[in-house]
Design a protein around this ligand. Sequence first.
Ligand code: ATP
Length: 272
Amino acid sequence: MTAISIRHLWKEYGDQIVLEDINLEFAPRSFIALVGPSGCGKTTFLRILLSEETATRGEVLIDGKPIAPEPGADRGVVFQRYSVFPHLTVLGNVLLAAELPRAPLTGRLFGSARRAAMEEARALIAEVGLAGAEDKYPAALSGGMQQRLALAQAIMRKPRILLLDEPFGALDPGIRADIHQLMKRLWNTCEMTVVMVTHDLREAFTLATRVIAFERRRNRPEERERFGATIARDIEVWPPRVAGQLDLFRPDRDDPVAVEGPGRDDPALMRA
Ligand SMILES: Nc1ncnc2c1ncn2[C@@H]1O[C@H](COP(=O)(O)OP(=O)(O)OP(=O)(O)O)[C@@H](O)[C@H]1O
């Protein structure tokens, strides 16, 4: 159960203040959507949670302890593009996510450990709707399938926190709706807290338990460098969504019906 506390967090690049005194508490297994105008610091905030960037002041605590200074298997990440390895197959990508943390020196498991990891990887590939595509390379997958793979790869490492930076922003609306359904299912079943940056308010309210808007309130051009973004809105989604208790067989009114068999984003189907 992973809670995240952000206390008096500031981020500055030289003279530019990007984030100004951010204070937030994320409950375990919450699904947080971060929205706000372009350039207001959403990705910077996410990169601090990933330990790819450090706060100028303030602290980030995970379950009450200071965040690890390096990115680790406890935090998974999916970007809008390029989260997977292009030279590995679907199975290779997911398997590597299991092998690297367990065999950091060789990046390879052997014998029964490898067989078990392989089984786990195949099950997860099926779970994200990519069964049958195990031997394909990412270049042969559609954008939607690549994002399903990126999710499988991130989840294979069993992260306690999953960070998503506009993961579905480049997908067509129908495909995005399918992958939203998948994302809900993964959040509902995996024990993780999710923080997602999105430009799409509808996506935010479709998936999240809480929507947080960053904004620079004092945005006069001459002041732009001197004031960072703060929290302009903090909205609990109603009725509340609770991880582990979603009724996925009774989707929200405007959710798509889950498709069986190959996803709508499979290029093989598009050719047919
Ligand atoms: N490594 C860096 N060095 C200097 N400035 C940076 C760096 N990273 C980000 N910035 C600046 O910080 C500000 C916030 O950038 P960030 O990418 O976090 O915004 P964002 O809200 O995610 O934007 P978008 O919605 O367009 O992705 C921008 O002005 C950006 O130029």
